[in-house]
Design a protein. Structure first.
Lengths: 179, 950
C-alpha cells in the first residue's frame, strides 16, 4: 500500500479510534482554533496559540489539520511549532507556573525559588509533579522587573516571590482544588 | 552532492540584458546585472570558500565562509547575498578574511565527527574541502563540549541515509525540497544550538518526502548520502546519459566504478531537468542488474514445452526460419512487429525497417497505439505536426495553465516541480480531472479551478469552455484570422456558439457546475500566456482524438500557440514515445509521419532500402490480436513491450497470443508476454547501449553505453542479426550510422547527428537547414500545415454507460513510485511505497457497499473481474473508482473493455462501467494467472532466470 500521506479515511464504524470522546473533543478544539484564525495573514502562530489556550498543549493531531487548512506541509508547521519554547506537545499539569529566569529576577534570587520548588514541592524546571498538579517552566522576562523575582501562575503575574509566598500560593491552589 | 569535479558557481545564473563591470582581486569582471559577487568570482576563476551556497539554490547567507571585503565599505559582507555593482572593488583574500573563515570552520568542526577516512563522503565532501582551503589546523574549543555526535541515524528511506551527526544545518536540503522539488517535506526543528534538520515529526520514510533526491544532491557533507555510495564507495568516472523512465527525459550522469553504476545523478546542464530528478531516475536503476534479467536466448516450439537455452546464432536462426515458414504457408502479411517506446530511436527505426523491408509488409505498430496515438492524429490534423508545441522551459513564461487528464506530480514529477515553481511565482491553474490530483491542492500551490468532470466527458468540458470564450467575445479574432483557416474557423464558431455547447446545457452531462466552467474559461482566455498540458486522461477515451483537437481549438482561439509560455503540451508517458512515433512505428506512416500511400515518400525509402514498400497501411495492434484469433496472423516480433499486461481486455490479448505459431519476444525480463513466447531474445537496458531518446518536448538526447550488454548483444544488434538471418542484411557498425540514415530520409531530422548532439547537448526537432540548432517552440511564424485548422468537435457520449449491474465508473492511472507495467520499478526498493495496486473509492460508495478501508474487494465489469485492496478516500468523486496497472496479478486490464478511440483505436482505459463488491477472494482470472505463472516458471531452465517477481 502507498505510504504517501493519504487523506484519512473515515473510521470504520465501531473501531473506537475516532469515536473516543476525548479524541473527538481534541479534534473539535483544534478545528475550532483553526476556524477562528485561518483567515488571518500568517495564521500558523495564532492557530497554535489558540490550540494551546484551549487544550494546554498542541497535540500531534494538530499538525496535519493545520497543514491541510493552511495548505502548508506538515514539516512547515512542525518547524514553527518546535521553534518556540512556549508551545508544549504533551499535556501539562493542571496548573502551570512560569518562573522568570531573566537578569533582574536572577539578581533578586529566583534561583532560590527554583530550588525551593524542586525540593519542597517536587516540581523541577521543565517538569510536572508526580500528582499531575503542577508544571514548572522557565520564562525570560515578564516585564515585571521592578518587583523581581516574578512568576506567572496560570496566567497571573506574582511579584516579589519568596519561598514562603510561593508556599502560600501553592497552598491556595490545593485548597481551590479541594473545594 | 555532485562530484567535486563539477564546478559550482554558488548562486544561480541571472539572465539579464544589462551587465555590470567590477573588479575582483584586481581582475576586471563583467557579469549580468543581479549576479552575486560569489558567482561573478567563480566565473572569473576565483573560488571563494562557501558551504551554504550552491548554484541550484537562491543565496541564503548563513555559513559566513564566503565573506569578502569591498573597498569603501565597512565590514565583511557575504559574497553570496551581495549583488555585483558597477565599479565595485572586491577582495576575496586577506589576513582578516582568512582568520574569520578559519574561525567559522573551527566552530563547525568542534561539533563534527573526525572520521573522514571512514566517511562515505571521503574524497567528495565540501566540508572537508573547506577545512583544507581555510587551513584549519586546530580546534581550540576541544571536542568535549555539548555536541550532536550521539544523534541516531535515520536509515528508513531505502535509498539514502540521514546522519545528523555530520550535519552542519546549512539548510541546503530544506531549501532544495522547497525551491526545487516543491514538496516542503523538510524543516529546521528547534532553535539555536538545538536546531536540527527534520522531515517533520517523523522519520524520512513516513514523512511527506517523495524521494526525489534533491536534498541528497544539495547536501555538502555525508549527512544525506546514497546508500549505494555507503556500500560501494565514491565513483571513479562518470558518463552522461538520459533517463529511461518517463517522457520528461532527464539528463543524468551515470557515476561509475569500472562498469558498475554506483549512483545516478541528474545533470546540471540537462535542458529538460536542469539538475533535478525524481525517485525513479535517481534511485530506481537497480533493476538493470537484477537477478531476474534474462541473459541467455531461449527457444521452444510450443508454449507448454520447457524452454531450451541456446546460442544467439541458434535463437536468431530459429526465429528467422519460423518467420519464413509462416510467411511461406500463410502469406507475407501473416507476420508483424511491435516497436518499443522504451528502446532507442535507432532500435525502433530498425524494427520498423525490418518489418517493412525484411518482412515486406506494414504490420508494425507501437505501444503509442495505447497511449498517445490520438495526439499524433489530433495535432497533425489541426496544427500540422504530431508533437507538442513547446519546450519545458516555456512554462517559466506561462500565466495560466490548464492541466487536463494528467497527473504530473506522479507521472512526470520533474516537470511537475517546474510547474509548481511557476505556480508559486503567481501563475494560475485550472485542473480538469475526475480525481482530486495533488496539483489541486498541495503545499503552497492550489488550483484556481478544479473541474471534477465525469470520466468520458472531456469534449463536453472543452466545448463548454470554448463556447464561453466565443460567445463572451474573448476569442483572439485577430490572431485566428491571420494564422488559421478562416472558413473552418467560421464553421467551428457557429458550431461552438450554439446553445447545446453552453456550460448550462452541458453541466449535467459532465458533472461540472456551469459557473466553474465559465470562470475557468474566462481565466484562461484573459491570461496573457495560456498553456495546456495534458496526458492519457485526454487520449485514452472513445473521443481521445476529438479531445486533442478540442484542446488545439482552445489554444488557437485564445491565440496561445507560437511563442514561449503557451502551447499544446502532451506529457508523454514513456521515455521514447515521441521518438518511437517519429521513427515510423505506425502501420500507416514511414519515419517523419509520412503516409505509406504517398508514392514519392515510398520511392525515397524503396531506393535507400533497396526493396519495394507496401502502399497500404498494415495492421494496428488490436487488428493484430483480432487477426491472430481468426487465424490470418501467425507470427509476431515484440521488442520491449509487455502487451499481455498493458493492453486492455487481457483475456482477449491472451487468446490472441496463444493463437500465434511464433511469438518472438525481446525483453530484459521474462515479462507477461514472454510467457506466451516461442523465442526469447534477451534485451539490453539503457545502460548497455548507445542511442538516442526523444522526450515530450521533441528533445533528442544521447543514451550512452556505460556497461557491456549483460547478454552480449544490444537490442539494435539483435534486430540487425535477425534481419540478416531473414535474408535482408543491414549494414551498421554503430547506432550513429542508423541516425545518419534517419537524418537522410526524414526532413525534420536532416540536421541531426551524434556529433551535433554531442556539441549542443541535445536537439529539439525539427532540426534542418531552416533550424540548424533545432526548434524549442513550434509554429512561431506560421503553423506547420500553413494555416491552423479548427475542427468541429461534436461531443458524443461513450458507449460505455453505467447500468444497474455496473453503476460505477473505473478510471485508471499511475503512481509516483511505479512506472508503467512495473517490470523495472517492481524490481527495486520502490515497492516500499507501492507493493500492490489498490482501488481508490469514495467514502459514500464504500459505505453503501459495506466496504472498509484496506479490505479486499472484487472489481467487476462486463469483461471480467479481479480482486484488489480498497483505499477509501475523498480524492475520488462519488461514482468513480480508480486504480493503477503496475502489478500483473492485479489484472486491471481484465476489467477494461474493447472500446477505443474512433480515429486511432487508442483503448478507452479511462472509462469502464464496473461494480465493486466487498469481501472478495482472488478472482477466477487471478487463480488462472497464478497457475499459468507457476507452470511457466517450471518450464524455465534450472539455471536461468526466475519469473516475474510475485
Amino acid at each position: 500500500m502507498t505510504k504517501r500521506p493519504e487523506p484519512r479515511p473515515p473510521a470504520p464504524a465501531g473501531s473506537g479510534a475516532d469515536t473516543d470522546p476525548s479524541r473527538a473533543a481534541i479534534d473539535a478544539a483544534i478545528d475550532a482554533a483553526i476556524a477562528e484564525n485561518r483567515d488571518l495573514r500568517g495564521a500558523t502562530l495564532p492557530i497554535l496559540h489558540a490550540i494551546q489556550d484551549r487544550l494546554g498543549y498542541v497535540p500531534p493531531a494538530a499538525l496535519d489539520r493545520i497543514a491541510k487548512a493552511l495548505n502548508l506541509s506538515r514539516a512547515d508547521v512542525h518547524g514553527v511549532l518546535t521553534f518556540y519554547h512556549d508551545f508544549r506537545t504533551s499535556p501539562p499539569g493542571r496548573h502551570v507556573l512560569k518562573l522568570c529566569r531573566a537578569e533582574a529576577c536572577q539578581a533578586m534570587g529566583c534561583e532560590r525559588v527554583e530550588r525551593h520548588l524542586a525540593e519542597r514541592h517536587g516540581a523541577a524546571m521543565h517538569g510536572t509533579t508526580s500528582d499531575g498538579r503542577l508544571t514548572v517552566e522557565p520564562v525570560y522576562c515578564l516585564g515585571n522587573c521592578a518587583l523581581s523575582p516574578s512568576l506567572l501562575l496560570d496566567g497571573r503575574v506574582h511579584g516579589r516571590v519568596t519561598p514562603e509566598r510561593l508556599d502560600a500560593l501553592l497552598a491556595g491552589l490545593a485548597a481551590e482544588e479541594r473545594a | 552532492m555532485y562530484s567535486n569535479k563539477v564546478q559550482d558557481f554558488g548562486t544561480p545564473a541571472r539572465p539579464a540584458a544589462k551587465s555590470v563591470a567590477l573588479q575582483i582581486d584586481g581582475q576586471p569582471v563583467t557579469v549580468p546585472a543581479g549576479t552575486s559577487v560569489l558567482r561573478a568570482a567563480a566565473l572569473a576563476g576565483v573560488n571563494i570558500p562557501k558551504l551554504c551556497a550552491t548554484d541550484s539554490l537562491e543565496a541564503f547567507g548563513s555559513c559566513r565562509l564566503c565573506l569578502v571585503e569591498v573597498e569603501g565599505r565597512r565590514g565583511f559582507p557575504a559574497s553570496c547575498t551581495t549583488h555585483c555593482e558597477p565599479g565595485m572593488k572586491v577582495r576575496t583574500q586577506s589576513r582578516k578574511l582568512a582568520d574569520l573563515r578559519r574561525g567559522v570552520m573551527e566552530l563547525y568542526i568542534s561539533d563534527h565527527p573526525l572520521d573522514c577516512l571512514t566517511c562515505p563522503a571521503n574524497g567528495n565532501c565540501e566540508l572537508q574541502d573547506m577545512a583544507g582551503v581555510t587551513g584549519l589546523r586546530e580546534v581550540r574549543y576541544g571536542y568535549a563540549g555539548e555536541n550532536h555526535l550521539a544523534a541516531p541515524k535515520d536509515e528508513s528511506n531505502p535509498y539514502f541515509t540521514f546522519d545528523p551527526t555530520k550535519c552542519i544545518v546549512c539548510s541546503r536540503c530544506v531549501r532544495a525540497c522547497d525551491e526545487i522539488q516543491g514538496t516542503f517535506a523538510l524543516t529546521v526543528q528547534g532553535r539555536g544550538f538545538g536546531s536540527t534538520i527534520a522531515a517533520g515529526p517523523t522519520n524520512f520514510l513516513d514523512s511527506e518526502c517523495v524521494s526525489c533526491g534533491a536534498c541528497v544532491q544539495a547536501c555538502p557533507t555525508s549527512t544525506l548520502m546514497e546508500k549505494s555510495i555507503v556500500d560501494q564507495g565514491q565513483p571513479d568516472h562518470a558518463v552522461d546519459t538520459t533517463c529511461a523512465y518517463c517522457g520528461v527525459g532527464c539528463a543524468f550522469r551515470a557515476e561509475m566504478k569500472g562498469s558498475e553504476v554506483v549512483r545516478m545523478v541528474p545533470h546540471k546542464d540537462g535542458k529538460a531537468n536542469h539538475g533535478h530528478s525524481c525517485i525513479k531516475g535517481r534511485f530506481a536503476w537497480g533493476y538493470a542488474t537484477h537477478p531476474d534479467r534474462v541473459n541467455t536466448p531461449m527457444i521452444r516450439s510450443k508454449i507448454t514445452d520447457p524452454w531450451r537455452e541456446v546460442s544467439w546464432d541458434e535463437a536468431i536462426a530459429y526465429a528467422a526460419s519460423e518467420i519464413k515458414r509462416i510467411q511461406a504457408r500463410y502469406g507475407k502479411d501473416s507476420v508483424g512487429g511491435i516497436t518499443s517506446s522504451r528502446c532507442t530511436n535507432e532500435e525502433t527505426y530498425l524494427v520498423q525497417k525490418l518489418v517493412r523491408a525484411g518482412f515486406g509488409n506494414n504490420n508494425v505498430d507501437t505501444c503509442a497505439r495505447v497511449c498517445h496515438s490520438p495526439t499524433g492524429y489530433g495535432l497533425k490534423t489541426t496544427l500540422g505536426e504530431s508533437a507538442g508545441t513547446q519546450d519545458f522551459d516555456s512554462v517559466e513564461h506561462t500565466d495560466c495553465m490548464i492541466v487536463i487528464g494528467a497527473n504530473p506530480t506522479d507521472g512526470h514529477p520533474v516537470f511537475a516541480s517546474r510547474m509548481k515553481q511557476r505556480l508559486r511565482a503567481g501563475a494560475t491553474l485550472i485542473v480538469i480531472d475526475p480525481r482530486r490530483i495533488d496539483l489541486v491542492r498541495t503545499p503552497h500551490v492550489a488550483a484556481d479551478f478544479h473541474l471534477p468532470l465525469k470520466p468520458g466527458t472531456n469534449v463536453a468540458v472543452l466545448n463548454a469552455m470554448a463556447h464561453v470564450i466565443v460567445t463572451e467575445g474573448l476569442a483572439r479574432e485577430g490572431y485566428v484570422r491571420e494564422r488559421c483557416e478562416v472558413d473552418q474557423y467560421e464553421k467551428w464558431k457557429t458550431f461552438i456558439a450554439s446553445p447545446k455547447n453552453s456550460p448550462e446545457a452541458l453541466e449535467a452531462e459532465c458533472g461540472v457546475p456551469a459557473a466553474s466552467l465559465r470562470g475557468a474559461a474566462r481565466l484562461f482566455a484573459k491570461a496573457g500566456n495560456g498553456a495546456i498540458y495534458y496526458g492519457l486522461g485526454v487520449t485514452e477515451h472513445s473521443q481521445g482524438s476529438t479531445t486533442v483537437m478540442a484542446i488545439a481549438n482552445l489554444a488557437m482561439v485564445t491565440g496561445n500557440i507560437g511563442r514561449p509560455g503557451v502551447g499544446v503540451n502532451p506529457l508523454r508517458g514513456q521515455n521514447n514515445v515521441q521518438g518511437s512515433c517519429d521513427m515510423g512505428s505506425f502501420p500507416h506512416e514511414l519515419p517523419g509521419y509520412r503516409h505509406v500511400g504517398d508514392a514519392g515518400v515510398r520511392e525515397l525509402f524503396a531506393t535507400t532500402w533497396g526493396v519495394p514498400i507496401q502502399d497500404e497501411p498494415g495492421l494496428r495492434i488490436p487488428n493484430m490480436f483480432d487477426a491472430a484469433i481468426d487465424g490470418s496472423f501467425k507470427g509476431l516480433y515484440v521488442q520491449g513491450e509487455d502487451i499481455a499486461q498493458s493492453d486492455p481486455d487481457t483475456k482477449h490479448v491472451q487468446k490472441a497470443l496463444e493463437s500465434l505459431e511464433c511469438l518472438i519476444v525481446q525483453d530484459i525480463f521474462l515479462c507477461e508476454t514472454a510467457k506466451y513466447a516461442h523465442v526469447l531474445l534477451p534485451g539490453s537496458s539503457f545502460l548497455e547501449k548507445d542511442g538516442t531518446f526523444t522526450n515530450a518536448e521533441r528533445r533528442i538526447s544521447r543514451v550512452r553505453k556505460v556497461m557491456p550488454p549483460l547478454a552480449g548483444m544490444a537490442d539494435w544488434e539483435v534486430t540487425v542479426a535477425l534481419s540478416r538471418a531473414l535474408g535482408y542484411p543491414m549494414h551498421y557498425d554503430h547506432p550513429s550510422q542508423v541516425m545518419d540514415e534517419i537524418a537522410l530520409l526524414t526532413p525534420t531530422f536532416t540536421g541531426v547527428s551524434y556529433d551535433k548532439i554531442d556539441r549542443l547537448g541535445s536537439i529539439q526537432w525539427p532540426c534542418n537547414d531552416a533550424a540548424p540548432d533545432g526548434t524549442p517552440v513550434m509554429h512561431e511564424q506560421e503553423f506547420v500545415r500553413g494555416k491552423g485548422r479548427f475542427v468541429v468537435t461534436e461531443y458524443v457520449a461513450t458507449p460505455e454507460r453505467t447500468t444497474r449491474k455496473f453503476p460505477l465508473i473505473l478510471t485508471t492511472g499511475r503512481i509516483l513510485s511505479q512506472y508503467n507495467v512495473g517490470a523495472q520499478t517492481r524490481r527495486t526498493e520502490n515497492k516500499v511505497w507501492h507493493d500492490a495496486d489498490v482501488l481508490e473509492i469514495h467514502p459514500h460508495d464504500a459505505e453503501q457497499r459495506g466496504i472498509t478501508h484496506g479490505e479486499m474487494v472484487s472489481l467487476q465489469s462486463r469483461k471480467g473481474e479481479t480482486t484488489l485492496r480498497a483505499v477509501v478516500t475523498e480524492r475520488m468523486q462519488p461514482g468513480v473508482v480508480y486504480t493503477t496497472f503496475h502489478h500483473p496479478e492485479s489484472g486491471v486490464n481484465v476489467v477494461t473493455t474493447e472500446n477505443s478511440d474512433w480515429a486511432t483505436n487508442c483503448p478507452e482505459y479511462k472509462v469502464t462501467a464496473v461494480q465493486v463488491v466487498a469481501h472478495a477472494k482472488k478472482s477466477e482470472w487471478q487463480r488462472g494467472f497464478d497457475s499459468f505463472a507457476s507452470q511457466q516458471e517450471g518450464l524455465l531452465p534450472k539455471t536461468a532466470v526466475r519469473g516475474d517477481v510475485r
